[in-house]
Design a protein around this ligand. Structure first.
Ligand code: ADP
Ligand code: MG
Length: 601
C-alpha cells in the first residue's frame, strides 16, 4: 500500500486554525485591537460595517511594520513577541501565538497598510484566503491599518452560522468596551456604518468609565484599592443604586486581561450583601495584579476563563476590598476625579496588609496546640495588625455604641467572666487592646469547615448510628451525584446504602450534629449544588463548606459562657480564622485607640 499521509497545504491549515481563533467578527476585532495595543499605539480607531460581516477595520498609530515584516506577520506562528505560552500572563503584550493574522487572512479578504515611523513610504498588501495577491509601496500614515472584508466569504457554512447584525454588533461592542476599559490611556474610536458610536479620549480610568457608560456614573463610582502580599486590586465599583437588571457591566481584569471567573464575581456581589435588590447586578471594573505563578492560564487564545491556585485567598481579599469601598463610599458620596486610583502604582509599598496578616500572623505564630493560651497570643498579635484599619468609622461606631448600651446588654445579652453574647448573634469580649466581636455563626462555619476538610483529606470523621434508619428518594441527577461522592460523604460521617431506584437508606450521620439525618443529607446535597453554581470550589472544599453551612450553630442560638469560650478558642486555632469559608468576616475588633480618639478632640 502506498503512503497516504500528507501535510496539509498552509491555506487549509490556517483555515482550520481560524476556526479556533476567529469565531465571529468580534474575535477578529479583539485580535486586531490587541495587536494595535501591543504595537504601542496611542490612538486606535475601529470601523465596522454590517456588524463586521462586510468590514472590520482597525487603524492604529503604533510602530508599524517593515515590508518584510508585513508579509511575515501573515505566516502562522510568526510573532515578534517571542515567548512561551507560560509567559502569557507575565507579559504586557496581548498576543502570544502569532496565529491571529494568519487565521484572519485565511478566512477573509484582507488589506494591510503599514508604515514605520522613520520611512517615507509604507507598504500595502492585498490577501485573499491566505494568498498574497499584491504587495506594493504606498503613501500612508505611520502605523498600521488592517481591513478585514467579507469575513468567512470562502467558508459559507461559517458565514451562515453568524448571528443577526444586532447580536454580532453587541459582541463587538463588548470586546471594544473591555479593551477600552483596560487601556484608558489609549484613545479609542468606534464607527459603525458611518456613525460615531464612541469617541474616547486618552484619560484615566474613572473618566473612561464615564465616557463609556454615561455621565450618571460620575457620582456613582467608588474607588477600590487594596494591596496584599498576594495581589493588588484597583478599580471602581458602582453604587448599589446603579445596579442593572442585566449582568453586562461587570469587568474583571487580571494583569490587564479581561477574564471571567464566577467565583470572583460571586465574591464581589456578595460584598454588596443586603444592598442589592434581588436579580440586580452592580457595575464593577476591577483590576487585579498578581504574580502569574498563582494563575492557572488557559492557553487557548479565545478563552477568558482562568483559575487561581488559592481561590479562597483571592476571594477574601477582593471581597474585603469591595466591602471597604462600599463602606468608605457612604462617607464621601462623590469621588474626586482629580485623585484617580493609580493603576500602575508601586508594588509592595504598604506595610502590613490584611492578607499578610492572615498568612503570617495566624498561620505561623499562633501555636495551635496551645488552645488555652489563644487569647494571650492573640492579644500580642493583633495590635500591630492593620486588619481593621480601613473599616468604615461609621459602622464601627454603630456596632460599638449598641454593644455598650447598658440597658440593651441587660435585655439582650449576658455577662460572665468578661464574655457575653450580644443579640444572640455575637460573642463579645474585652481584650487588652480593644473589644472583640465574634460572629458566632460565621465562626462556627469556619471551625466546622476546617474540621470537615481535614476529615476529607485525612482521617474520616466519626458517625453516630441512627436508631431508625430513614429512606431518602432523590431525583436521578442528585442520586448520581451522591453516588459519585460516596466516599467523601462517608468520610464526613454519613452512612448510607442504596435501597431501590434512586433511593438511599441513611443509617448514620456525622457525630456531634443534632437534627434529622434525612434533612441534613438533603440539605448537604442542595448546598453542594448551590455552591457548585456559585462558588466553583473543588469537590472536597465544596462538601466541607456545604456541611459546615448546614451544621453550624445559627444566629439566635443562646450560648453559655463556656460554649462561647470554647468557640472562640477553636476559632483561633483554625489556620484561617479571619473569614468563614464563603468569605464573611468571623470577628472584628474595636480598637481601644479608636475609642480614645472619640473622646479627645
Ligand atoms: P501575535 O500577536 O501573537 O504575535 P499576530 O498574528 O496577531 O500574532 O501578529 C503577528 C505579528 O504581526 C505580531 O507579532 C507583530 O509583530 C505584527 N503585527 C500585527 N499587528 C500589528 C500592528 N497593528 N502593528 C504592528 N505590528 C503588528
Ligand atoms: Mg496578536
Amino acid at each position: 500500500m502506498p503512503d497516504i499521509i500528507q501535510l496539509l497545504p498552509d491555506a487549509i491549515a490556517n483555515q482550520i486554525a481560524a476556526g479556533e481563533v476567529v469565531q465571529r467578527p468580534a474575535s477578529a476585532v479583539k485580535e486586531l485591537i490587541e495587536n494595535a495595543i501591543d504595537a504601542g499605539a496611542m490612538a486606535i480607531k475601529l470601523i465596522i460595517k454590517e456588524s463586521g460581516k462586510s468590514l472590520i477595520q482597525v487603524i492604529d498609530n503604533g510602530q508599524g511594520m517593515s515590508e518584510t515584516d508585513a508579509r511575515m506577520s501573515l505566516e502562522r506562528h510568526a510573532t515578534s513577541k517571542i515567548r512561551t505560552a507560560d509567559d502569557l500572563f507575565r507579559l504586557r503584550t496581548m498576543g502570544f501565538r502569532g496565529e491571529a493574522l494568519a487565521s484572519i487572512a485565511a478566512v477573509s479578504q484582507m488589506e494591510m497598510k503599514t508604515r514605520l515611523p522613520n520611512e517615507d513610504l509604507g507598504t500595502v498588501l492585498l490577501v485573499e484566503a491566505s494568498e498574497v495577491k499584491k504587495q506594493e509601496p504606498v503613501a500612508c500614515e505611520k502605523g498600521t491599518s488592517i481591513s478585514v472584508k467579507n469575513l468567512f466569504y470562502n467558508i459559507p457554512a461559517r458565514r451562515n452560522f453568524l448571528k443577526s447584525n444586532g447580536v454580532e454588533m453587541s459582541h463587538i461592542t463588548e470586546e471594544f468596551q473591555r479593551l477600552a476599559l483596560a487601556h484608558p490611556g489609549i484613545a479609542f474610536t468606534l464607527i459603525q456604518s458611518d456613525e460615531l458610536l464612541y469617541d474616547l479620549p486618552s484619560t484615566k480610568l474613572s473618566q473612561r468609565i464615564v465616557n463609556l457608560f454615561g455621565k450618571n456614573y460620575q457620582s456613582q463610582l467608588a474607588p477600590v484599592q487594596e494591596e496584599t502580599s498576594l495581589l493588588k486590586i484597583t478599580g471602581y465599583i458602582g453604587r448599589p443604586e446603579l445596579a442593572k437588571k442585566k449582568r453586562g457591566e461587570q469587568f474583571i481584569f487580571v494583569n490587564s486581561r479581561f477574564i471571567r471567573n464566577n467565583y470572583l464575581g460571586y465574591a464581589i456581589t456578595s460584598a454588596y450583601e443586603g444592598l442589592l435588590q434581588e436579580g440586580s447586578f452592580p457595575f464593577y471594573a476591577l483590576f487585579i495584579d498578581i504574580d502569574p505563578k498563582h494563575v492557572d492560564v488557559n492557553v487557548h487564545p479565545t478563552k477568558t476563563e482562568i483559575k487561581f491556585d488559592d481561590e479562597r485567598a483571592v476571594y477574601a481579599v477582593v471581597w474585603s476590598a469591595v466591602k471597604q469601598a462600599l463602606g468608605a463610599h457612604n462617607l464621601s458620596p462623590a469621588i474626586d476625579f482629580a485623585a484617580d486610583v493609580n493603576l500602575i502604582g508601586k508594588l509592595n509599598s504598604q506595610p502590613l496588609s490584611r492578607e499578610q496578616y492572615y498568612d503570617e500572623q495566624f498561620s505561623n505564630s499562633l501555636q495551635r496546640s496551645n488552645l488555652q493560651n489563644w487569647e494571650k497570643l492573640f492579644e500580642r498579635e493583633v495590635p500591630n495588625s492593620r486588619l481593621f484599619e480601613k473599616q468604615s468609622p461609621e459602622k464601627t461606631t454603630l456596632r460599638f455604641e449598641s454593644a455598650i448600651n447598658k440597658r440593651e446588654v441587660q435585655e439582650t445579652g449576658k455577662t460572665e467572666n468578661g464574655i457575653f453574647q450580644f443579640q444572640l448573634k455575637y460573642i463579645v469580649r474585652a481584650t487588652r487592646h480593644g473589644i472583640m466581636f465574634i460572629d458566632q455563626q460565621a465562626a462556627h462555619e469556619c471551625i466546622l469547615f476546617e474540621k470537615y476538610l481535614s476529615q476529607l483529606k485525612g482521617v474520616p470523621g466519626n458517625s453516630q448510628q441512627s436508631l431508625f434508619p430513614q429512606t431518602l428518594t432523590l431525583n436521578a441527577p442528585d442520586f448520581a451525584l451522591t453516588m459519585e461522592m460516596e466516599r467523601e460523604i462517608v468520610a464526613l460521617g454519613f452512612r448510607f446504602e442504596v435501597f431501590g431506584k434512586n433511593t438511599l437508606l441513611i443509617s448514620g450521620m456525622p457525630a456531634e450534629i443534632s437534627g434529622n439525618e434525612k434533612e441534613l443529607f438533603e440539605g448537604l446535597i442542595e448546598q453542594f449544588k448551590k455552591n457548585q453554581s456559585e462558588l466553583h470550589l473543588p469537590i472536597r472544599e465544596n462538601l466541607a463548606q456545604a456541611l459546615a453551612k448546614r451544621a453550624s450553630l445559627k444566629a439566635g442560638q443562646e450560648l453559655s459562657s463556656d460554649e462561647m469560650e470554647a468557640l472562640a478558642a477553636r476559632l483561633f486555632s483554625c489556620p484561617n480564622p479571619n473569614f468563614s469559608p464563603d468569605g464573611r468576616p468571623t470577628f472584628f475588633i474595636f480598637d481601644s485607640s479608636k475609642l480614645e480618639s472619640y473622646f479627645t478632640r
